[in-house]
Design a protein around this ligand. Structure first.
Ligand code: CA
Length: 347
């Protein structure tokens, strides 16, 4: 075993045709099982030559539409309908999914903040490293299915980042639109390094992140969006046959291309209390208007603190629980996509 080889192993043969349903086995020594293992479910469906798409869910354990859509896909998809390869991991952060928490209870780490990971690190880092080292090189595209988790709630959207490489941008943008979510979003994230997203993008591949609902719930409308979206991605890449199912063909409003260009669209609470949003998800908000207010339940003489919209746009993310702490994100707005390609590349 070399210094950078993963302790994770699998009996999956990624080059074999057919449908394989098995596990990624990560050794996990703990008090009740000294020679225990974490068995992360994985399905691989392959037939002949063609593109490889990786679908991941459960990177955060309190997000449910992605895992359910992917478990269904895992059961339904057979090699006869596939040209290429589909890798499905519905609950990549299995310990977090078991606990129903964002972070892994094994090491209190966020799987989507520890990339590129480390083969001798903690469990979360070991999982991240395996994905980057062993699975990512096999893939042409990675579709990571998230939701708002316990702490946030989202308008169901499919998203990508502003990418400097023109070809990668155009290819990712086409896949983004093929997913057919209510909103197709180009987003400038403020969450820092360590995301799976950047590993895939730096490798020159296509990366999309779906955000499908949240507040600790499984939303039925968002689940339908996820189910249609993963099928649409397979059709878009020519892995399965048939036309992409559009929103309009399902009697829904067309997918809206929107963007979150900078920090001006993010709003946080600056005091702890109970957050009252003045808007529901999907509603338009005017710059300068109050988005909501934080109530001070321990001091009835104190007026609520208003949170003022810094920009005009649609409310696409809101706080999940009613209580908020100082620094919590309570609202994110998106505007109709207006950035020109030349601005994207800073030229
Ligand atoms: Ca998430």
């Amino acid at each position: 075993m070399s210094a950078d080889s993963s302790p994770i192993s699998t009996d999956i043969d990624f080059d074999a045709d057919g449908r394989q349903v098995s596990y990624l086995r990560a050794p996990h020594s703990h008090n009740t099982s000294g020679w225990g293992n974490l068995l992360i479910p994985i399905t691989v469906v392959k037939n002949g030559i063609g593109p490889t798409v990786l679908f991941t869910g459960g990177v955060h354990g309190d997000e449910y539409e992605g895992p359910v859509a992917l478990m269904k896909l895992s059961r339904q998809l057979g090699p006869a309908e596939v040209q290429g390869r589909v890798i499905i991991i519905p609950t990549l952060n299995l310990p977090a999914t078991r606990a129903g928490t964002r972070l892994s209870p094994i090491d209190d780490k966020d799987l989507n903040r520890v990339f590129p990971g480390h083969p001798r690190g903690t469990m979360t880092e070991v999982i991240a490293h395996y994905v980057r080292q062993e699975i990512l090189p096999l893939c042409d595209a990675v579709i990571d299915l998230h939701s708002g988790g316990y702490s946030m709630d989202f308008v169901p959207y499919i998203s990508m980042h502003y990418l400097e490489d023109e070809v990668q941008y155009e290819q990712t943008r086409a896949a983004l639109e093929a997913f057919q979510a209510p909103v197709a979003l180009i987003i400038n994230e403020l969450s820092g390094e360590g995301l799976l997203d950047y590993e895939v993008e730096r490798a020159g591949k296509i990366f999309l992140c779906a955000e499908m609902g949240g507040a600790g719930m499984l939303s039925l409308p968002a689940l339908r969006v996820a189910e249609t979206g993963v099928r649409n991605i397979l059709k878009y890449f020519g892995i399965t046959e048939g036309e992409v199912v559009t929103r309009e063909s399902q009697d829904n409003p067309a997918s809206r291309l929107m963007e979150v260009p900078d920090a001006g669209y993010y709003h946080m609470a600056e005091s702890a209390g109970i957050y009252e949003s003045f808007y529901e998800l999907g509603q338009p908000v005017e710059a300068g208007q109050p988005l909501g207010q934080v109530h001070f339940y321990e001091n009835l003489q104190r007026d609520p603190e208003q949170i003022i919209a810094k920009q005009s746009g649609m409310l696409i993310i809101t706080r999940g629980p009613g209580w908020v702490d100082r620094g919590d994100t309570v609202a994110v707005l998106a505007r109709n996509f207006a950035t020109r390609p030349t601005e994207l590349r800073g030229s």
